[in-house]
Design a protein around this ligand. Structure first.
Ligand code: GH3
Ligand code: MG
Ligand code: MG
Ligand code: MG
Length: 316
């Protein structure tokens, strides 16, 4: 009743609810050698619905992080046996950036330089024990909000707005200078360029919105067929690439040809009814010391052949 009359309260409540929903899926690791301190922090975090995991020193914290790559926040004490808070942070930051895992340092030590040293070593924030509950919550929430913001920005920069698969920028960044490394590490690398056949006709006959619906569903099927192991990206209007790490061109061809057939046999449901589409594909394999443009050019030659030979084909 009060919420209805007070706009501020209503918005505040809505924000709070949204946060609590988010928190439910956030795993937090609390590293502290004091059981009392750990249980206290756990209870504060659980009030806000976080999933809490505990570690009693730096070494077991590292092990827990390795076993739980989805931990988003580490709250760590400074003085701990075996490996202290600084040692822990330095080790963690060799693997994970501030954006991948947030760290908040904690200490009851009176040394005033601790907070600066924590942050210089890679912590996102620091809290002096004992602290007021409200400050603890503010720091945790602000740190996680910043992480969410970075994730959102990353997605806006790297995902295609329409189809939600990776975009052109992501694809070229991924493969620009690292092709040789990727190919050697995975023993081979193949690349496919896919272009929907007569796509312009769909726009002309049914409108641009239906064209968009087709693109979204086409991308979803690509993602569903390939994304578990491979990289799917939209690099042009109705042009997509798939990077096949670890597959030679024959194996990639087999997967692509079954995708092609499946697409031909399964019409796409749109707001203007079921539409049949087909795709033409060029696929090629990386040879040492070439760059992504050369690789893509060769895939494009295959694609051109597929179009020339009547479309709805995969060509090497
Ligand atoms: P082909 O079989 O030779 O590939 O013929 P096509 O009609 O598919 O090829 P063309 O390159 O002539 O046309 C591609 C069309 O894709 C033209 C463009 O308007 C359309 N297009 C590009 N981006 C989008 C988009 O985001 N949404 C929609 N609806 N259409 C798009
Ligand atoms: Mg301690
Ligand atoms: Mg095209
Ligand atoms: Mg086309």
């Amino acid at each position: 009743y009060v919420f209805k009359e007070n706009r501020f309260s209503y918005e505040y409540t809505a924000k709070l609810v949204k946060r609590l929903c988010r928190n439910q899926s956030v795993k937090v690791l609390v590293a502290d050698d004091s059981v009392v301190s750990r249980k206290f922090i756990r209870s504060l975090l659980e009030q806000h619905l976080f999933q809490v995991i505990e570690a009693d020193d730096g070494v077991s914290a590292l092990e827990t992080l390795n076993d739980n790559p989805d931990i988003k926040l580490l709250i760590t004490d400074y003085n701990m046996p075996r490996l202290d808070g600084f040692g822990l942070i330095i080790k963690v930051r060799e693997q994970l950036s501030r954006e991948e895992l947030a760290i908040i340092g904690l200490s009851s030590d009176s040394d005033e330089s601790l907070s600066a040293r924590f942050i210089k070593n890679g912590a996102n924030d620091f809290l002096q024990k004992p602290f007021v509950h409200e400050e603890f919550h503010c720091r945790v929430l602000t740190t996680l909000d910043a992480l969410d913001m970075v994730t959102k920005l990353w997605e806006q920069a790297n995902l295609d707005y329409l189809t939600n698969v990776y975009n052109r920028r992501y694809f070229f960044n991924l493969y620009e200078d690292k092709l040789t490394n990727i190919a050697l590490k995975n023993s081979s690398l193949s690349l496919a360029l896919l272009d929907i056949d007569y796509f312009k006709k769909i726009n002309d006959n049914y409108g641009h919105d239906v064209g968009d619906e087709v693109l979204i569903e086409f991308a979803r099927r690509l993602q569903q067929s390939f994304s578990q192991h491979f990289t799917v990206a939209r690099i042009g209007g109705e042009e997509f690439v798939v990077g096949f790490k670890g597959l030679n061109v024959e194996k990639a061809y087999t997967l692509l040809d079954s995708f092609r057939m499946q697409l031909e046999l399964t019409p796409i449901a749109t707001s203007k009814g079921l539409l049949n589409i087909t795709v033409s594909t060029g696929v090629t394999e990386f040879t040492l010391d070439e760059n992504v443009d050369a690789l893509l050019n060769r895939a494009d030659i295959g694609l051109y052949q597929a179009k020339q030979n009547g479309r709805n084909l995969v060509c090497i």
